[in-house]
Design a protein around this ligand. Structure first.
Ligand code: 6PG
Length: 257
């Protein structure tokens, strides 16, 4: 696993998805142990899509699950599709079948976004869940110990897509934007929540992500065209776990600089 520094955080490059997932699982366990040891809990927001499945399977396996004290882990999601929890599209279902059903985490510690409900109502309800869990004062933004993010081929994160009005949202913690590219609504954290995290862990795999990843790591400015360029943590740390195909366009530029 190579490790390179970029202007937007540390980039660890693995041969393939399995290697980058194993390395990410090891960091996950370290972050969980530090948070639980320091504050008695690990507040985590999971990502969706297909990339994190291997990470979740590893965290639920005998190789890793014993390294985390699951009763002190509190699970949320950074975004969700507007589907029922048993839908093949559901980010909750992905995490439940690959991880949460395999570790001793109390049911009340798992806070899924209700994708089956009216989207606007589900976003409002989830924001209330965050305010209650983090005991937020008005105007306060929750600080997750870790937010996992994937990367869309065009640079979207969570369900914040290019040129989405949701990128400008500064008041709400959770919104339900209509996503033109998908012709569907989604539920998603807003940028203030993402950027308040103590740690952000990107998992990026495959050559289809190489163009977006190169632009993100090379660009110095944030652009609504590439939402991931807006990830600028207030005080947290960004970790990029990428495989060689995803890094294939950035690596030469990184080595040349
Ligand atoms: C979602 C995700 C989304 C995902 C990217 C990458 O709900 O789909 O949160 O942001 O991380 O689209 O998806 P893949 O991992 O499937 O490439």
């Amino acid at each position: 696993m190579k490790s390179l520094h970029s202007q937007h955080g540390e980039v660890r490059i693995g041969r393939d998805l399995d290697e980058l997932s194993r390395q990410a699982a090891s960091l996950f366990c370290d972050l969980a142990q530090t948070a639980i040891g320091g504050r008695g809990r690990f507040a985590l927001a999971l990502s969706g899509g297909s990339t994190p499945r291997r990470l979740y399977e590893l965290l639920g396996s005998t190789a890793f699950r014993g390294r985390v004290h699951w009763p002190e882990v509190y699970v949320f999601w950074g975004d969700e599709r507007c589907v029922p929890p048993d839908s093949p599209e559901s980010n909750y279902r992905l995490a439940h079948e690959s991880l949460l059903s395999r570790v001793p985490i109390p049911e009340q510690n798992v806070h899924r976004m209700r994708g089956e409900d009216d989207p606007a109502r589900a976003a409002t309800r989830y924001e209330e869940v965050l305010r209650d869990f983090f005991q937020l004062h008005p105007g306060e933004v929750p600080s997750f110990d870790l937010i996992l993010l994937g990367l869309g081929g065009e640079g979207h994160i969570a369900s914040l897509f290019p040129n989405s009005p949701a990128l400008a949202e500064k008041e709400h913690l959770v919104v339900a934007p209509y996503v033109e590219q998908l012709r569907a609504r989604r539920l998603t954290f807003t940028l203030p929540v993402i950027n308040q995290a103590a740690a952000i862990l990107f998992l990026v795999s495959g050559a289809a992500k190489s163009s977006a990843l190169c632009k993100i790591l090379e660009y110095g400015v944030a652009s609504d065209l590439i939402p991931a360029t807006h990830v600028r943590p207030v005080a947290g740390q960004v970790y990029w776990f990428v495989d060689e195909p995803a890094a294939s366009r950035w690596l030469p530029a990184a080595r040349a600089s």
